[in-house]
Write a protein that binds this ligand. Sequence first.
Ligand SMILES: [Zn+2]
Length: 74
Amino acid sequence: MSTQRCDGCDRRVRLGGGIGDFWSFETGSTDGLTLELADGSEYFLCYDCIDALPDDEEVTRAHVEALPDASDDD
Ligand SMILES: [Zn+2]
């Protein structure tokens, strides 16, 4: 078990399987995944942040940077 910092809220997120295995969350214990955005950049986000992203438009870096930062609960 390892953790990775969410690029949206800056919290530590539990990681189960390999980062490259996007869809392992269906069976496993990973609390986030790596998203490739429309502009080609990649971010690791927890599910809370993914839920906060719009699903009716292309997600860009600006959306990720606009996510609330929860690092002060660390
Ligand atoms: Zn997050």
